[in-house]
Design a protein around this ligand. Sequence first.
Ligand SMILES: NC(=O)C1=CN([C@@H]2O[C@H](COP(=O)(O)OP(=O)(O)OC[C@H]3O[C@@H](n4cnc5c(N)ncnc54)[C@H](OP(=O)(O)O)[C@@H]3O)[C@@H](O)[C@H]2O)C=CC1
Ligand SMILES: O=C(O)[C@@H]1CCC=N1
Length: 294
Amino acid sequence: MNASATSASSPSTPADASQDADAPDLSSLRVAVIGAGNMGGPVATCMIRAGVPGEQVLIVNSTPESSQRAADDLGARAADSREEALAGADVIVLGVKPYQIIDLLGEVGDAVGQDAVVLSLAAGVTLEAMENALPNGTAVVRAMPNTPIGIGEGVVALMSGSSVSAEQETLVRALFAEAGAVEEITEAQVHAVIGAAGSAPAFAYYAMEAMIEEAVRQGLKRPVATRLVAQTLRGAATMVLETGEHPAVLRSNVSSPGGTTVQGIAALDREGVRTGLAAAMEAAARSSKELSGE
Ligand SMILES: NC(=O)C1=CN([C@@H]2O[C@H](COP(=O)(O)OP(=O)(O)OC[C@H]3O[C@@H](n4cnc5c(N)ncnc54)[C@H](OP(=O)(O)O)[C@@H]3O)[C@@H](O)[C@H]2O)C=CC1
Ligand SMILES: O=C(O)[C@@H]1CCC=N1
């Protein structure tokens, strides 16, 4: 591995990483991203923000044109071939669809360097299945990210395979130092994490869309409604993170006796919104389990 991951310390925030003199040096790292789409793209962005030079992040999509487009968007480099991307790669990001992962590993396994880390983003493809598809001893890490990592406000949950060293774990954490939050989880937890984080931005956008459209129906212009709803939800999320208060306590602070908010909350309860949100998360977790063959 080109990067000198000299410490087992675990940077968990951008501030930690930038202040930690023992953090891995990412400036000579080579990264191959196979599948820089909606999720592989933000992962590449994170790694570049963390300190990997863009020209050392090689992109391979399904066509040369698509690789070039993604590389231009990301400030990375399009590889002429998968072989070029893999040659000398320290980290190989797999951002293709879950059903493609095992076949892809079968095709590229022999080109994976001895000290390289294979980092899969795929839902439902287990570490064991990936290790079985690769030469013995290959370091495999599973990540369950969400798209807001591309703006430094996301979550990445990490799971390490049986051949991943402490140095490689530190390296992967450093690569996600600009993601927002990094959590280490077990594979048994990943289904719940998909419901709470991987798929959850879509649930949040769904709720926002409904709120914005109702505000428009009530007479606000769409750009104004969008700003108000987005800023309000950002503020509410930040209050939860910064105060450490239970959301129910923060909700009670908004709910004046006999006022407007309690009427709104009663309507949410009548319409089954709490049950609906739980059902969405349960469905995502169940789908993840089914993909894993559980
Ligand atoms: N989207 C999300 O929020 C999240 C996704 N994931 C996981 O990320 C993975 C990718 O999902 P997502 O980004 O949404 O999907 P996308 O369809 O947006 O991206 C898939 C990428 O794979 C590329 N690709 C397809 N076939 C090949 C191939 N044979 N060789 C190289 N590249 C190829 C596509 O290239 P092209 O554009 O040229 O077709 C595209 O860039 C999935 O495994 C998913 O489970 C995990 C967490 C969250
Ligand atoms: O929808 C999906 O399958 C992927 C995994 C988590 C978010 N998107």
